[in-house]
Design a protein around this ligand. Structure first.
Ligand SMILES: NC(=O)C1=CN([C@@H]2O[C@H](COP(=O)(O)OP(=O)(O)OC[C@H]3O[C@@H](n4cnc5c(N)ncnc54)[C@H](O)[C@@H]3O)[C@@H](O)[C@H]2O)C=CC1
Ligand SMILES: CC(=O)C(=O)O
Length: 356
């Protein structure tokens, strides 16, 4: 059957999740007299999202999760968390219907999360690649992950920190969690950047421009030109030299603009945060609401697209309430597969150099 070959199901099956005791705080004397108990509140937070690392990315993510109505319950932890910064968000929560924003330097605040997002760590400075900061951020991850697993053992873990593919692999190793539960934000942002650039060129909505960037969220990413469509039309059908040196439309140049998107923003403000926060919010929305949208996220690629190592990189993945459900297998041209394979070989060589 056709759908069997397109949708490769093996990552996980939906199943019931059981959650345990509450982590609510102490009650004041006046609260007891004004708010009188009528029933016991459910102790199972259904949509609690925890953000580990409240820097530029973590702060933007807190805002986008609330503004896009993905959740009403956010927990934040960061060793440098300052109450005054937290209050800025908590005071703003008045303008949401029922938002709970809690924060602490103590990891206990993240207990019973549906999803824990890792946004802690150093950023690549100007002129430095994401891979160059791997050892610093893997070291940090080694201190973070045991706390996450201790306080939120059933949670899905979404990695944003860079290099995201390598850190997703490292998290999978450090946690021992089933592989569908550990996801990297990967090329969801790269594919979004591409769609934005296409929408500029064609003057149509981003939602009518589609196309995958797969592989590394970084310099070895693979432009899958054969998947790029505008209003449903395949660009490569109309431009058979797409992506080659003879391409009069210079799609390779457009891919390079996409690839340098982060560095371009970084060269002005020293970091990127809003686009990645919206990208992560999109991924989290799919998981929380079980919409089964397909995202280019970091997964263990072994067995897909002819890749035969436990390398972590972005493939088009169906996400569900339990994490990664299926991988979309496309019949890609040899030249595109070679780029994906080169990205896999590069990332695998980096994984092998890292001792956990
Ligand atoms: N995957 C992607 O598309 C993107 C990834 N990033 C990455 O996200 C990471 C964070 O970037 P920014 O927020 O700009 O950095 P930042 O420097 O603004 O914030 C990092 C935060 O991590 C915190 N932190 C340090 N140790 C911690 C620990 N043990 N537990 C919890 N928090 C801890 C710091 O106190 C700081 O608040 C970087 O690695 C950056 O490269 C950034 C943008 C896009
Ligand atoms: C920093 C980074 O990874 C990005 O904006 O793409």
């Amino acid at each position: 059957m056709l759908w069997c070959s397109i949708i490769r199901r093996q990552f996980c099956r939906p199943q019931l999740q059981i959650r345990h005791s509450s982590c609510s705080g102490a009650e004041s004397i006046t609260k007891k007299s004004i708010i009188q108990s009528y029933s016991k509140e459910s102790v199972c937070p259904e949509n609690k999202i925890s953000i580990i690392g409240f820097g530029a990315v973590g702060q933007a993510l807190c805002a986008t999760l609330l503004l896009k109505n993905v959740t009403t319950h956010i927990a934040i932890t960061d060793p440098n968390l300052d109450d005054r910064l937290l209050h800025d968000y908590q005071f703003g929560s008045v303008f949401f219907k029922n938002a709970v924003i809690e924060g602490s330097r103590d990891y206990a605040v993240i207990c019973q999360s549906r999803i824990c997002v890792i946004a802690a760590g150093v950023r690549p400075r100007k002129g430095v690649t994401r891979i160059d900061i791997a050892s610093d951020n893997v070291k940090l991850l080694r201190s973070i992950i045991p706390n996450v697993v201790r306080h939120s053992p059933n949670s899905i873990i979404l990695i944003i920190s860079n290099p995201v593919d390598v850190l997703t692999w490292a998290t999978a190793q450090l946690t021992g969690l089933p592989k569908h539960q550990v996801i990297g934000s990967g090329c969801n942002l790269d594919s979004a950047r591409l769609r934005y650039l296409m929408s500029e060129i064609y003057g149509v909505a981003c939602s009518s421009c589609q196309g995958w960037i797969l592989g590394e969220h970084g310099n070895s990413s693979a432009p899958m030109y054969s998947t790029w469509t505008v209003g449903g039309a395949y660009v490569s059908d109309l431009n058979t030299s797409m992506g080659s040196a003879n391409d009069v439309d210079n799609w390779q140049g457009i891919y390079e603009r996409m690839r340098e998107g982060g560095a371009t923003v970084n060269s002005f403000k020293g970091y990127t945060n809003w686009a990645v926060a919206l990208s992560a919010t999109d991924i989290i929305n799919t998981i929380i609401h079980d919409t089964r949208k397909v995202h280019a996220v970091t997964v263990c690629a072994n067995g897909y697209y002819g890749l035969k190592t436990d390398v972590y990189l972005s493939l088009p993945s169906v996400l569900c309430k339990n994490g990664i459900l299926d991988i979309v297998q496309m019949d890609v041209p040899q030249s595109e597969w070679e780029k994906l394979n080169a990205s896999a070989e590069y990332l695998y060589s980096i994984q092998k150099k890292i001792s956990l």
